[in-house]
Design a protein around this ligand. Sequence first.
Ligand code: GLU
Length: 486
Amino acid sequence: MSTVRTRFAPSPTGRMHVGNLRTALYAYLIAKHENGSFMLRIEDTDQERFVDGALEIIYRTLAKTGLIHDEGPDKDGGYGPYVQSERNAQGIYLNYAKQLIEQGDAYYCFCTKERLDSLKASVGEDGKEIAVYDKHCLHLSREEVEAKLAAGEPHVIRFNMPTEGNTTFHDDIYGDITVPNNELDDLILIKSDGYPTYNFANVIDDHLMGITHVVRGNEYLSSSPKYNRIYEAFGWEIPTYVHCPLITNEEHKKLSKRSGHSSYEDLTDQGFLTEAIVNYVALLGWCPEDNREIFSLEELVKEFDYHHMSKSPAVFDMTKLKWMNGEYIKAMDFDKFCDMALPFVKEAVKSDLDLKKIVQMVKTRIEVFPDIPALIDFFEEVPEYDVSMYTHKKMKTNPELSLEVLKKILPVLEDFEDYTNDALYDLLCGFAKENGYKNGQILWPIRTALSGKQMTPAGATEILEVLGKEESMKRLHAAVEKLECV
Ligand code: GLU
């Protein structure tokens, strides 16, 4: 078997959409699973859609996600140029289009926009609306064509589709698809601006670049029979098609920027880790036999068998991505986590506290970094809270008992010097035992008094340690005053 060669062929039109990232990832995995080559090709023939900076985004995203291409505009592998506008400047597409004209498989078309518009509206003999071009210009004589070209009349080059019979094409995921040839439009190969259409350029390039597996979104599925016709006209081998299923949001609608999952950078902006995004995106349309979910890129390369891809739409589930991100955060090396978490800690805590200890507290409790400030803001200041928070059934406590306990414990904590977690824990549990309280009846009121919250990323003694004696005493006194007012 020949070496697997796949390509990622983005158009530089903006941020990297999740669907594009998934296509890039699958193309990469399909190649690497077989020790093949993964190529980057820039499809910039639609000059109107070109967006400044989009090329940088493509390179940056591939580099960050680890989808390293073996060949591309910046890495010549002997199949270049890898940018379609450069290929066009070399006349590659026009030459092949002319070859098809010679063979009778393509022809010049001079129809004006008005004529084409009027065609769309017309109704055929059988009463059906005509959606395909009527081959008007196919019937021009050679002399007529020469004269129009010499006069500089605007024109395109169209493929001459057969009008009878069927075309069947095979996709490895979707199976065999058959369409009647009279439904295949005479595709434009070369546009009036001299650039090839995607339809033509993808066939020419995939062939010339030796692509064995064409991996792309399923929006191209319905056009693939037409591409096969072009391959056949040239007598070229048709590649293996792997069309990837649609990705929708939780409401089964198109992914949108508003819901925050449209592009890779939208996701990183929201604090998702690249590794988690790549892992999650891999599961949008593919599932290993054992339903395992956590995979590094290397593990994906090993496990990814594209025959297990699905054809039904994949739902992008933010809740699941968040969960997965949390798993990656938990497994993260502490120093790396610290570097990434500190800016978020500093957002909430401006006071001179041991921020590293706070970072430690949140590591197992967040799903994304932006969760941090709301978890720890009480270190800066106790928020407004209601005394009903002192009630806790399981801890067997309430505001009255809390007041009693806090008043008793204040002088004990005042006299204590060793504000470290273990020492404080021993002190408070010892106090509970001696005075006939349950541990929770001591710890719950203290934690509430210090944080004003029912949920904190750490227990009472850890919070005491981070706040230190002075600030802790201040907060405990304030809590007693608050409870006395009830
Ligand atoms: N340039 C096309 C796009 O960005 C690529 C389609 C393909 O992979 O063939 O959608």
